[in-house]
Structure formats: structure tokens, C-alpha cells
Write a protein of this length. Structure first.
Length: 177
């Protein structure tokens, strides 16, 4: 799949289904051109880390996974990959238990009491971010903490399909097998 940033430095609005291998070989890792200050090495490391977490999600039966954030924008040095996965809220506690049995670092938590202060971002970050520089949140119908242009809290699909500063529509990546 050929990706291209629009004049706003984002992917045109739609979902872009990609495997991890396609992602590794895409514009999002290799950059928009030879003269770009693109940090392909950092971006590949982020995708390799994402691959670990995605495979853990596949193992517990989750296959609706989306990524966004500065990683899917025309930014040379994203600090992480943001994303979400779709799951049944009633099954989430059991899924988290199973994910933490798989992950040697036990990073599957969204309890901010488990957050660890990061001086570079000047805020607490979840264990998943500290270990993998990837944040994958469960989408079970809850808000994201991200406000829209009117000050209303958004849910994951809506929050990921707009830029956070200008609220312009943008595309996101759907990770597929």
C-alpha cells in the first residue's frame, strides 16, 4: 500500500489496513525522501516493539488494532506509537490477566497509579510506554481524555481521526494479520 502525507502532514482521512511487515517497509518507517531528517532507525524500533504487543493481542484473540499519533504524521522523530484495540468490556479483566502472563514485563495496565515519571516528557507514563514506547489502550466505549474543538471528551475512533491541535481529519493505520 502506498502512503502519502497531505499538505497538512497527515495521511488523508481513512483507515489504512497494513500488516506489520508492510508497515516496516512503508513511508512511515523510511520517510518521505532522501533529503528528509527522518529517523528511520527509531521508527523501525518502534514498529518492532509494536509487533511484540500486537502478537500478544493476537494470542488472546484480539485483532482489531489501530495506531495513530505522531508516528503516522510527517514528524521526523516521533517519541512513541499510540493506538487502541477493540474488545468486549466484560472480557477485559481476563484479557489483561492473559496478556500479563504472556508479556515478561507485565506492562498491560492503564492504572495511572502504576505510572512512572519520565523527565523528558515531564509526566508519568504507563509501564507499556517505558518498556516499548508504545501505548495501546482498550476501546470499550470509554472516553479518551482527549477533547475535541468544542471541549467535549472524545472516544477512541473519533479522537484518533483528528489532529489534536487543529482538529483536521486524518487517516490512521489498522494493523491486520
Amino acid at each position: 500500500m502506498s502512503l502519502q502525507f497531505n499538505d497538512n502532514g497527515v495521511l488523508p482521512p481513512q483507515d489504512y489496513p497494513m500488516t506489520i511487515e508492510q508497515l516496516k517497509n512503508s513511508l512511515l518507517v523510511h520517510g518521505p525522501g532522501e533529503d528528509s531528517p527522518w529517523n528511520s532507525q527509531m521508527r523501525l524500533m518502534l514498529v518492532n516493539n509494536l509487533d511484540v504487543l500486537v502478537n500478544q493481542l493476537y494470542t488472546v484473540g484480539i485483532d482489531e488494532i489501530f495506531i495513530d499519533g505522531s508516528f503516522v504524521e510527517d514528524k521526523a522523530n516521533p517519541s512513541d506509537i499510540d493506538g487502541y484495540f477493540v474488545t468486549d468490556p466484560n472480557k477485559l479483566p481476563d484479557i489483561v490477566t492473559e496478556l500479563n502472563k504472556i508479556d515478561p514485563h507485565k506492562v498491560w495496565t492503564w492504572d495511572w497509579n502504576d505510572g512512572i515519571y519520565d523527565r523528558n516528557s515531564a509526566k508519568a507514563q504507563l509501564p507499556m510506554w517505558h518498556r516499548y514506547r508504545v501505548e495501546l489502550y482498550p476501546h470499550v466505549g470509554q472516553g479518551t481524555g482527549i477533547l475535541d474543538e468544542y471541549g467535549n471528551e472524545q472516544k477512541f475512533p473519533a479522537a484518533f481521526r483528528k489532529t489534536r491541535d487543529t482538529f483536521l481529519p486524518k487517516g490512521i493505520i489498522q494493523i491486520i494479520k
